[in-house]
Ligand binder design. Structure first.
Ligand SMILES: Cc1cc2nc3c(=O)[nH]c(=O)nc-3n(C[C@H](O)[C@H](O)[C@H](O)COP(=O)(O)OP(=O)(O)OC[C@H]3O[C@@H](n4cnc5c(N)ncnc54)[C@H](O)[C@@H]3O)c2cc1C
Length: 439
C-alpha cells in the first residue's frame, strides 16, 4: 500500500509505506492517515463551511517533529499545509490531499513576569495565553475570541480590546523561533476591568451610531468601544421582549482605575433609550472570552471586511438597512475600533500596512444549514459592495474568505519587500497554503 498525496507541481504522487513509516518512527507525536483514530478531529476547523481531507497529518509534539515534518515535505515536494488553532475563516490551515503539519497540540505558554515576556507555542489559543499571563496581571493585545489561535492571528496582525493602548499583536512580537515558539512583550493589565455592553434598539440606531462615532473620535487609549449590529442574545439584563430583536450593541472595555472608568464610560448610555446594560467589573480573562458564545466553532461562516477612517452618515445608514434584514439569527456586523497605539507604528515597520484604519468592519455571516449558503453569502457580498465606497480599500488579511487572495489590498506598499523576503527564504513556495505571497 502507499499514500496518494498532492505535490508542489499540482499533481499527485504515491508515497511508499516505507517512507511514511520512517517519518512516523521519527516523530514524538503521531502521523495520522484517513483511517487513523483522531484523523477527523485533527482536520476539523472552526468554520464548518470547510471540510477538507489531508492525505497525511503530522500531529507534532515538539519543535523536532516540526523540523522533521518540514524537511519531509520539502524533500518529497509535497503540498504542505500548516495548522495552528484552525480559526482561519478561509480554512487556510487545512487542504485536501495535502501533507498537514498540525501544531494544535503545542499549546504551552511560558511567562517571565520580571522581564514581561511570554514565549508561546504555535498551537496556543488566545485563552491559553491570557490564562498564563493574567496570573501575573500581564497581557499582550490579541483578538476578542479566546479560542482563536495565536499563530495565525499574529501572522496577519492581530487586534482586539487592548490594541488602542498597546498596538497590534504583531507590534508586541519580539522574535520568532522559526520552527516553534513566538516571543511576546507583555504589559501590566488589571486582572479585573470595567467592561460590558450597552444595548440600544435598532430603531435608535442612526443617532446611537452617530453619537458613538463622535464619542469614539476622541477616545482615550485606555478605552475601547466597538459597535456590534445583530439580533440580541438572551442576555439576563435585557427584557425578554428584546431577545432576538435587532439591536446596536456598544461593547466597551476600560483599562485603568475603576472610578475614572465609570466617568469615561458614562456617555455611552446617553445616546438614546437604552434597552439594557451589562457594564461592570469583569475578570479580564472573562471579558476576553465574552464573545465566544456568539462565535462558537462548527457553524457555517462567510466573512468580509473593510477598513474605515471614519463612520460616514451614509455608511451608518447602509449598515442599519442591512441589519434590518439579516439573513440569519447569528449574522452580525462588527465595527472594531483600532487606531491609537496601532497607528503610531510606521507603515513599513511590519508586514501589516493599515496604520491609517480607525475602524475594522467585519461582516460575520453565520448560519447552520448548507441550504442557506447562497442566501447568506449573497447578503454579505451585497453589504460589502454597498459599503465599499466609504472604505480605505485595504483589507485585514485575517478576515478574508476562502477563494480570495487580495494580496495587494492586504499588504499594500509592503508587498514588494515581502516578495523579496519570500524569494530569499522560501523560493520554492513550500509554504503556499496561506494568503500567499508568491516568490
Ligand atoms: C471567531 C473568530 C474571532 C476572531 N477575532 C479576531 C480578532 O478579534 N482580531 C483579529 O485580529 N483577528 C481575529 N480573527 C481572525 C484570526 O486572526 C484568523 O482567523 C487567524 O488566521 C486564526 O489563526 P489560527 O492559528 O487559529 O488559524 P489557522 O487556521 O490554524 O491558521 C491560519 C493561517 O496561518 C498559517 N499558520 C498557522 N500557524 C502557522 C505557523 N506556526 N507557521 C506558519 N504558518 C502558520 C496557516 O497555514 C494558515 O494559513 C478571528 C477569527 C475568528 C474565527
Amino acid at each position: 500500500m502507499s499514500t496518494s498525496i498532492a505535490t508542489l507541481n499540482g499533481d499527485k504522487r504515491d508515497l511508499s509505506d516505507e517512507l511514511t513509516a520512517k517519518l512516523e518512527a521519527s516523530l514524538r507525536g503521531s502521523l495520522l492517515r484517513p483511517e487513523s483514530e483522531g484523523y477527523d478531529e485533527a482536520r476539523r476547523i472552526w468554520n464548518a463551511m470547510i471540510d477538507r481531507r489531508p492525505a497525511l497529518i503530522a500531529r507534532c509534539a515538539g519543535g523536532a517533529d516540526v523540523m522533521r515534518s518540514v524537511r519531509f515535505a520539502a524533500e518529497n515536494h509535497l503540498l504542505l499545509a500548516v495548522r495552528g488553532a484552525g480559526h482561519n475563516i478561509a480554512g487556510k490551515g487545512v487542504y485536501d490531499d495535502s501533507f498537514l503539519i498540525d501544531l494544535s497540540r503545542l499549546r504551552s505558554v511560558h511567562v517571565d513576569p520580571q522581564r514581561k515576556i511570554a514565549w508561546v507555542e504555535p498551537g496556543a489559543t488566545l485563552g491559553d495565553l491570557d490564562d498564563e499571563t493574567m496570573a501575573f496581571g500581564l497581557a499582550t493585545p490579541v483578538g476578542i475570541n479566546s479560542t482563536t489561535g495565536i499563530a495565525g492571528l499574529t501572522l496577519g496582525g492581530g487586534f482586539g480590546w487592548l490594541s488602542r493602548k498597546y498596538g497590534l499583536t504583531i507590534d508586541d512580537l519580539r522574535s520568532v523561533n522559526v520552527v516553534t515558539a513566538f516571543e511576546f512583550e507583555l504589559h501590566d493589565v488589571n486582572t479585573e476591568i470595567l467592561s460590558g455592553p450597552v444595548i440600544y434598539p435598532l430603531s435608535e440606531g442612526r443617532q446611537v451610531l452617530q453619537h458613538y462615532r463622535d464619542f469614539a473620535r476622541d477616545l482615550p487609549e485606555n478605552l475601547n468601544v466597538w459597535a456590534v449590529l445583530r439580533k440580541a442574545p438572551p442576555f439576563p439584563f435585557l427584557p425578554e421582549s428584546a431577545h432576538g430583536k435587532e439591536v446596536v450593541i456598544l461593547a466597551a472595555a476600560w483599562f485603568g482605575d475603576m472610578e475614572s472608568g465609570k466617568q469615561s464610560l458614562k456617555p455611552l448610555d446617553s445616546f438614546g433609550p437604552v434597552l439594557g446594560t451589562g457594564v461592570g467589573p469583569h475578570p479580564f480573562v472573562g471579558w476576553q472570552a465574552a464573545f465566544d458564545p456568539l462565535l462558537t466553532p462548527g457553524s457555517r461562516n462567510y466573512w468580509k471586511s473593510h477598513n474605515f477612517i471614519d463612520l460616514a452618515d451614509d455608511l451608518i445608514d447602509v449598515a442599519l438597512d442591512y441589519t434590518a434584514r439579516l439573513p440569519s439569527d447569528q449574522t452580525e456586523i462588527f465595527f472594531g475600533r483600532v487606531g491609537g497605539a496601532v497607528n503610531r507604528i510606521p507603515v513599513d515597520a511590519t508586514a501589516y500596512p493599515h496604520r491609517d484604519a480607525e475602524y475594522v468592519m467585519n461582516v460575520h455571516a453565520r448560519w447552520e444549514q448548507p441550504s442557506e449558503d447562497a442566501k447568506c453569502v449573497a447578503w454579505a457580498r451585497k453589504y460589502f459592495e454597498a459599503t465599499a465606497p466609504y472604505a480605505t480599500g485595504g483589507v485585514y488579511v485575517n478576515f478574508v474568505p476562502d477563494g480570495e487572495d487580495p494580496i495587494e489590498s492586504a499588504y499594500g506598499p509592503n508587498q514588494d519587500r515581502l516578495v523579496e523576503l519570500k524569494r530569499k527564504y522560501d523560493p520554492t513556495n513550500l509554504f503556499r497554503l496561506n494568503q500567499n505571497i508568491r516568490p
